[in-house]
Design a protein around this ligand. Structure first.
Ligand code: FES
Length: 268
């Protein structure tokens, strides 16, 4: 991995820069947006970017401009200037980003935050994701030198199309239309029963992350959780992303989004 346990952070160039959209592909309800970012460094797995469409970003008649949206990077191949992001249309800002077409401009700031670090010596990596939260696990899988086990959960078969973005996943769906019927935590239990010497790397909705955190605490297994929070600035200025930890309050955009599970009392 490019990041070390001591400093899992790749620093962003100062200011916002323009990247050109090079592609957009649908995977069920998700859109994978590709762009060329020749002026930026290669990000570490788990870092994020603040994204803004270059045009039609709110601000129409009787409208305010939208705030930038924070997205974990999905993929960033070494030796290429391409960045990929996984989007889901859940509101006006994400809808506009999902509409972007090749040749349009994407404005970005990043990479930001602290990402994942390599698994502890001798532990196998279990990558656990839910919904659009699977995004940082794809770049993590790419960057890990060893083979990882990937466990993904989705609400239904349409959303499970996102599982194609990672290699060799085991899938759980709430409705049983693809893979295991039930929660992705059922798959974690199965994997730990076969070999408990693991470290969990997780990203997804808060109930899933809380289940992973509790499981790590119960079994004394290390875990790294990529948390989500509303982020207005992305670099520590607005205090909009504060989360409570056992060490006190942290700004997730600076000290996260990836935190050790043991630092958290509860994920909300
Ligand atoms: Fe502004 Fe974290 S998003 S301080």
């Amino acid at each position: 991995m490019s990041a070390t346990r001591a400093d899992p952070r790749v620093r962003a160039p100062f200011g916002r820069r323009a990247a050109t959209v090079t592609g957009a592909e649908r995977h069920g309800p998700y859109v994978v947006l590709r762009c060329a970012d020749p002026a930026g460094p290669r990000p570490a797995a788990g870092q994020f970017y603040m994204l803004t469409a270059g045009t039609r970003w709110g601000g129409g008649q009787d409208e305010r401009p939208f705030l930038p949206r924070a997205f974990s990077v999905l993929r960033a191949a070494v030796g290429s200037d391409e960045l990929q992001f996984m989007l889901e249309d859940v509101g006006p800002g994400t809808r506009r980003l999902c509409e972007l077409e090749p040749g349009e401009e994407l404005l970005l700031v990043g990479p930001l935050g602290r990402g994942f670090v390599a698994p502890r010596e001798g532990r196998r990596a279990l990558l656990v994701g839910g919904g659009v939260g699977i995004a940082p696990l794809a770049i993590l899988q790419d960057q890990l030198p060893q083979t990882s086990t990937v466990l993904l959960g989705f609400r239904d078969g349409a959303h499970a199309a996102g599982s194609q973005l990672l290699a060799d996943p085991r899938v759980a769906t709430d409705d049983g239309s693809v893979g295991h019927r039930g929660l992705v935590t059922d798959l974690i239990e199965q994997e730990l029963a076969a070999d408990p010497h693991a470290e969990l790397f997780a990203c997804g909705p808060p109930p899933m992350l809380e289940a992973v955190r509790a499981l790590c605490a119960d079994r004394a297994i290390p875990g790294q959780l990529a948390l989500e929070s509303g982020m207005a600035c992305g670099y520590g200025a607005c205090f909009g992303c504060v989360v409570a930890t056992r060490d006190g309050y942290l700004r997730l955009c600076l000290d996260g989004p990836v935190l050790e599970a043991a630092r958290l009392g509860r994920v909300r």
